[in-house]
Design a binder for this molecule. Structure first.
Ligand code: BGC
Length: 515
């Protein structure tokens, strides 16, 4: 609690902050002055003072972003509280939607035949086909095509977006090898991994609740997403039936069950956006009004990106990022831990350091003020820089911001900013997973120091988890820390590569309308 309170040095709509600080510090800070054109120059910050000032600001920022274990336990408890509220009644939690997915059986390994999948995630969109080998549980072949979604389609009309998606799938189907055609009866089937909040009405239909991750296709909200795609496929002249609509986390969980062991209980994405789903006891889903599924289980899509516990260590930079987003006030957890926002948070901190401690010299590099100039991959590269003179950091600053010369001390500060935020993201993500494990009774201490601990696998996917090694290491370490040394369960995070698309194809197979 105390931690959460010291943090916010936030200035609403300020381009040129007046003596503001990184951590909400209100002591003596040198004034900054706006120059025409919005560039800011710190006045008379002595070179020797400059580093001290930067270190001081950084120290405050580190404190405001801190995630001590006790806080993470409280965050996990808060998450469990919201999970219970969201399962009890529709709208029971204003943070976690806890959406029943209608997936009552995960793939068994017996799925057979050729299936397609459409995977609309964040920045990229994929179409793929997989040939499933049946009992042997093998994927005999898989092919995919990835295309970037043009920016105008992310904020355009549903018809344009779905015509683009259907057109890409149709063109991909046309490249199908002759030998594969044998695997079909009359109609091709596809899974649809749709990585946005949807209230499902069956395993192959669902209403878009709202968009996230920079998408804003207003006229698609409130409508059945599968019908919109199915109509567009009709317009393309191809007969392809969507047999399963799945969130990307659910696809990842399904892929995990197929590839790993039975005990894969959670699917989690840490990529452009973030979310988790898990296998819940059906009778714990009190808001479920239909007859309970035979399996006794139901996969729940939590939509945890919208978790907004007041315990989350938010800083001025998080406030800025939220304010500048297309959905202010929403998706706080996502904005603190996922790939779409990490680079932006780091950029805001660097702006503040440049303005208030002349980090990059007398004037602030103009480009540093430009939104989305620092991608999360660049942050990840800088964070991974282990060279003694931080050459990678120097290179990124040169290439992205045109800062030709930096001192080692300055580069160390930039590196520390990346570390503070990577650590915070990884640790908070781990707290979220720990909360889920707690909810399903997979935490606690082993009786008599049991040696045959039961395993729980968490199937992971998403670019940030896959490519940002330090973030991932923080996440893994923290999860073990939270579980404790005498834990009753052994938990493993396993990368389920391309999880969502393959999982969607697998679920299309297990829910096939023709076999
Ligand atoms: C969406 C989720 C999705 C997650 C990861 C979030 O922004 O709301 O549905 O699972 O991103 O892609």
């Amino acid at each position: 609690m105390a931690i959460a309170k010291v943090l916010v040095g936030y200035h609403v709509g300020v381009q040129c902050p007046r003596g503001s600080t990184l951590g909400g510090y209100s002591g003596k800070v040198r004034r900054t002055q706006c120059r025409p054109g919005g560039r800011i120059v710190a006045m008379s910050v002595q070179k020797t003072n400059k580093l001290q000032q930067a270190e001081k600001l950084l120290h405050e920022f580190r404190q405001s972003s801190a995630t001590p274990l006790a806080l993470l336990h409280q965050v996990a408890n808060d998450l469990v509280h919201e999970m219970n509220a969201g399962l009890a009644v529709e709208g029971g939690s204003d943070q976690l939607k806890m959406l029943p997915t209608y997936v009552q059986n995960l793939p068994s390994g017996k799925e057979k035949g050729l299936f397609y999948a459409v995977d609309l995630g964040g920045t990229n969109f994929r179409v793929l086909r997989v040939l499933l080998g049946g009992k042997s549980g093998q994927i005999l072949s898989q092919e995919f095509k990835e295309v970037a979604i043009p920016r105008e389609l992310m904020v355009g009309t549903g018809k344009d977006l779905f015509d683009f998606i259907a057109g890409t799938l149709a063109a991909f189907v046309d490249t199908e090898d002759e030998s594969l055609k044998l695997h079909f009866g009359k109609v091709r089937e596809s899974g649809f991994a749709f990585s946005f909040p949807v209230r499902q009405t069956s395993v192959k239909s669902g209403i878009v609740i709202h968009w996230t991750k920079g998408f804003k296709v207003e006229d698609a909200v409130g409508k059945d997403i599968v019908k919109q795609l199915q109509d567009a496929l009709g317009r393309s002249g191809h007969q392809i039936v969507i047999s399963a609509l799945v969130n990307d986390t659910v696809g990842t969980l399904a892929g995990g069950r197929y590839n790993f062991e039975e005990e894969t209980m959670v699917g989690c994405i840490i990529g452009t956006g973030t979310n988790a789903c898990y296998v819940e006891r059906a009778d714990a889903v009190q808001k479920w009004e239909d007859p309970l599924p035979k399996s006794g289980e139901m996969v729940i899509n939590m939509e945890w990106g919208n978790f907004r516990s007041h315990l989350l260590p938010r800083t001025f930079a998080d406030e800025e990022v939220d304010r500048e987003s297309v959905n202010p006030g929403c998706q706080w957890f996502e904005k603190m831990i996922s790939g779409m926002y990490l680079g932006e948070i780091v950029r805001h901190v660097l702006v503040r350091l440049a303005e208030e401690a002349s980090l990059f010299g007398a004037s602030v590099p103009v480009k540093l003020y430009e939104r989305r100039t620092l991608g999360t991959p660049a942050v990840s590269k800088m964070h991974a820089d282990t060279s003694t003179d931080l050459q990678v950091v120097a290179k990124v600053l040169r290439q992205v911001y045109g800062v030709e010369t930096t001192t080692l001390e300055e580069r160390k500060i930039v590196h520390k900013v990346c570390d503070i935020l990577g650590e915070r993201g990884g640790r908070l993500a781990a707290a979220g997973l720990y909360g889920i494990l707690k909810k399903i009774g997979r935490t606690g201490t082993a009786m008599n120091g049991a040696t045959d601990r039961k395993k729980t696998v968490i199937a992971m996917d998403g670019g940030l988890f896959e490519h940002h090694g330090t973030y991932r290491a923080y996440m893994e370490e923290t999860l073990q820390e939270l579980m404790g040394s005498g834990a009753a369960y052994e938990v493993a995070l396993r990368l389920q590569n391309d999880g969502s698309g393959i999982g969607a194809a697998l679920l299309a197979a297990s829910h096939s309308q023709f076999s």
